[in-house]
Design a binder for this molecule. Structure first.
Ligand SMILES: [Ca+2]
Ligand SMILES: [Ca+2]
Length: 195
């Protein structure tokens, strides 16, 4: 009896260790580029949004921020049809993006109550791109491919993968615009105060 208990315990410990290793292991699937940024699709047996966010940072990037229709389609169309990112309807085929809800209790049906991890604006396109009936309140983070489409889903549990984006934030176009605004302000102040 004692021997049986010890054996059972050893098997249980082995199982916990094995499942822990599998749960944290992500597999590189594919990469693509758009507008000077690189995007990588990683598959994971089951991963939470917060863990995917940390892994993206550890890989030298951030969970992807898809702020325009063009960027979204460039990334989605490139990944669709590979071994992981198939046009299936199911939570396991979703991939985490860098969107998260700003609602205090992390659950909302409001498509405007969202933000990107990089601080980029939650755009009018982003507001309009939720799938049918989404967000339905099972929030935490944003996914793509819940319905086998480029639309968003809010998700709170474990999903099968995530997309990492690598590139400067804000992008070059935004930097130029921001710098132009700073110069214009300085010029205005100089005129005003005669310096
Ligand atoms: Ca982006
Ligand atoms: Ca949802």
């Amino acid at each position: 009896m004692k021997k049986l208990l010890i054996t059972t315990g050893a098997i249980a410990i082995c199982g916990i260790v094995a499942s822990g290793i599998n749960a944290s292991a992500a597999t590189f699937v594919a990469s693509t580029t758009y507008n000077g940024h690189t995007y990588e699709l990683w598959a994971s047996r089951a991963i939470l949004w917060a863990d995917a966010k940390a892994e993206a940072i550890a890989q030298g990037g951030y969970l992807a921020t898809l702020t325009t229709l063009q960027e979204t389609l460039a990334v989605y169309d490139s990944f669709i049809g590979d071994d992981f990112f198939t046009a299936n309807d199911g939570p396991q085929y979703q991939a985490w993006l860098g969107g998260y809800t700003t609602a205090p209790n992390q659950t909302t049906r409001d498509p405007t109550a969202w933000a990107w991890v990089t601080g980029e604006a939650w755009s009018a396109f982003d507001i309009s791109n939720f799938g049918p009936g989404e967000p339905n309140g099972d929030s935490t983070g944003l996914t793509i491919n819940r319905y086998g489409t480029p639309q968003w889903n809010d998700e709170g549990g474990l999903v099968g993968g995530y997309i990492v984006e690598k590139g400067a934030v804000p992008d070059s176009g935004s930097s130029v615009a921001l710098l132009g605004g700073v110069f214009a302000t300085v010029a205005l102040l100089r005129r005003r105060f005669g310096r």
